[in-house]
Design a protein around this ligand. Structure first.
Ligand SMILES: Cc1ncc(COP(=O)(O)O)c(C=O)c1O
Length: 441
């Protein structure tokens, strides 16, 4: 195997980018501090399951645009639809006719949800859902699991994380957190703040840590207490099921939020919901007080709508979900066996999944270890796999890709074994990758 060792152009890029863009990227999750030093700084292009960096190093992609690319990079049927939309112009004085087509196509997937609003970012739609819930219930508080990583960069969420600088307490005090693994803690919030909680927002599932009854239980708690229930399908949408976990578990929340994966990486996100809530953002009910729901110049930009329609078409006509789950299961079996064969099951904890197989890296003392994790990333990258701890199967991943991942993982585990004995510091070049949500830089 030829190791990737040439990062000259990446290193030049890294030197200048932080003078131009705070954080060096447009999501902190893509930042330099999330990767080992020996990693690509920026991507030139992608095709299918592969990407090429500034130095023309080729990598197998595992997280596919933070899980947004569900079909593959530069996937031709979506690109073709986008090209057609491009030729007709992208933004007009009145809505494009694609708005109706996209609304009908998406809502045909979400039984129980009657209306939809589009946006360019996930944070916009989760924040809009919270606003609608507050308007509908006339209550101020919002509750979400404190152990889930991310719902929005807006104040109602970020104010509750370690990165709360710039958010007045008056805002963050309106947000409450509970433990997703113990719904008694949610019930306690309703006891402590009677008739004050407008909504509960939660992701529907996370790497098998929730019981299959998780959604139904929250729905019951919300209904009993007059709060709305919002399911955030940003990561699960088009991955756990089609359209997502609400279908898998047979739950109809008041609202759901969608983003990654629903337009193959194009900037299309959506808020769907029941008519009685969504209509609050409408303009038909003369005499009612207006709710200023999502309103943005680029919300209906045509190329992303065309990408969404084409992505839905591919999922509907090509058994995409079934393919992705087959690859996820094949991958999970192979990874489990390989870790076992290397005698590392105690140190490289693998969470099998058909849609989100995940690795947790531990040290000799059996505790989760960012240094060992960064070393694993470094060794995978060296072997041509752009890896951050998960493998999210997409339509362009085949068994061959899972096999080449395993080849890289085999070599990585040999180094891992040595580092368990000798310490990761001996093998890691540069700093340990850091958590996104940290108080101090
Ligand atoms: C569960 C969840 N909700 C919301 C968001 C916000 O989406 P965006 O980055 O598009 O604003 C994310 C992004 O990572 C997410 O994972």
């Amino acid at each position: 195997m030829n190791f990737i060792t040439q990062f000259q152009k990446s290193n030049e890029y890294r030197k200048v980018i932080h003078d131009l863009i705070p954080g060096g990227a447009h999501t902190y999750s893509k930042g330099d501090d999330q990767f080992p030093e020996q990693a690509p700084a920026a991507i030139l292009r992608g095709k299918g399951a592969y990407v090429w960096d500034l130095d023309e190093n080729k990598y197998l992609d595992c997280s596919m645009g933070l899980t947004s690319v569900s079909l593959g990079h530069a996937y031709e049927p979506v690109n073709e639809a986008v090209r057609r939309a491009l030729e007709d112009g992208v933004n007009f004085q009145r809505p494009s006719v694609l708005e109706r087509q996209t609304a009908e196509a998406f809502l045909s997937l979400t039984p129980g949800h009657d209306m939809i609003k589009f946006a360019k970012n996930g944070s916009t739609v989760t924040t809009a859902a919270v606003k609608l819930a507050r308007a509908k219930t006339n209550r101020k508080l919002v509750a979400f699991p404190g152990d889930h990583p991310f719902y929005s960069y807006d104040d109602w969420f970020i104010g509750k994380t370690a990165c709360n600088r710039g958010v007045p307490e008056e805002f963050s005090d309106l947000s409450l957190t509970f433990k997703s693994t113990d719904l008694e803690t949610l019930k306690e919030l309703f006891v402590k703040y009677p008739n004050q909680i407008s909504c509960v927002i939660s992701e529907p599932e996370k790497s098998n840590i929730h019981a299959p009854t998780y959604l139904k239980e929250i729905q019951e708690i919300c209904a009993k207490n007059g709060a709305l229930f919002i399911v955030d399908e940003m990561i699960t949408g088009f991955k756990t099921d089609f359209p997502g976990s609400i279908k898998k578990y047979g739950v109809v929340p008041d609202m759901a939020t969608w983003g990654k994966g629903i337009a193959n990486g194009f900037s299309f996100c959506a808020l769907t919901g029941k008519k009685e809530v969504m209509e609050l953002g409408g303009i038909r009910k003369k005499g009612d007080e207006k709710v200023f729901l999502i309103s943005s110049t680029h919300g209906g930009e045509t190329i992303s709508l065309a990408a969404a329609i084409a992505t839905i078409h591919e999922f509907k006509t090509k058994n995409v979900l079934q393919h992705n789950h087959q690859i996820g299961n094949y991958f999970s079996e192979a990874a489990k066996a390989l870790i076992q064969k290397n005698g590392l099951a105690d140190y490289v904890q693998f969470v099998p999944s058909e849609w989100f197989p995940m690795f947790i890296f531990k040290n000799k003392e059996n505790t989760v270890c960012p240094g060992m994790r960064t070393l694993a990333l470094q060794e995978m990258i060296k072997r041509g796999v752009l890896f951050q701890g998960v493998f999210v199967p997409c339509f362009s991943h085949e068994k061959a890709e899972a096999d080449s991942f395993m080849e890289a993982l085999g070599g990585t585990l040999e180094v891992y074994q040595k580092a368990l004995e000798g310490g990761y510091q001996k093998f890691l070049v540069g700093d340990v990758a850091k958590p996104v949500f940290r108080k101090i830089l």
